[in-house]
Write a protein that binds this ligand. Structure first.
Ligand code: HEC
Length: 128
């Protein structure tokens, strides 16, 4: 019980949000090629495309849905289920770069360090 409590406090202390500059501008920029190829035919993202086959990935409804969830959940969901026409498979690095682009399009600031694929994303919370 005590261990669980200490662990919970430890995690809380390290809590980072998408407001903290968790990706780089270059990272978001380079994923635009992949976005155009694999995602733009179905999703709207800021001014990058206007398709409505899938839900918009920026804006109020999107952020309301993801508020309080982790960046890991978003990136992993993208990697495992998108593009949902099975036209290609993404690896974790590609899904992570696209996640950076989605954060940028939702107005969250870029920072000095790239968003890395994997478990470290579990410490980063999406907020509205
Ligand atoms: C053939 C159309 C299609 C393509 C291509 C596609 N998606 Fe999707 N996507 C959908 C649909 C439909 C949904 C909603 C149903 C679902 O979740 O499966 C969705 C859901 C999502 C969601 C969850 C949205 C939410 O509101 O939580 C994300 C994130 C996402 N897609 C990202 C991507 C990314 C990134 C790519 C490119 C790698 C991509 N999608 C490619 C059709 C597509």
């Amino acid at each position: 019980m005590l261990m669980v409590l200490l662990l919970a406090i430890g995690l809380r202390a390290e809590q980072v949000t998408v407001e903290d500059g968790v990706y780089t501008r270059a990272q978001a920029e380079r994923s635009k090629v992949l976005w155009a190829k694999a995602c733009a035919s179905c999703h709207t993202l800021g001014d990058l495309s206007t398709s409505l086959k899938g839900p918009a990935l920026s804006g109020d409804a999107f952020l309301t849905k993801w508020d309080g969830k982790t960046v890991f959940a978003l990136a992993e969901g993208i990697q495992k289920t998108m593009p949902n026409d099975f036209s290609m498979e993404l690896d974790a690095a590609q899904a992570t770069d696209i996640t950076a682009l989605i954060l940028q399009a939702n107005g969250f600031p870029a920072g000095e360090k790239e968003l890395a694929p994997g478990d470290s994303q579990k410490a980063i919370t999406i907020i509205k």
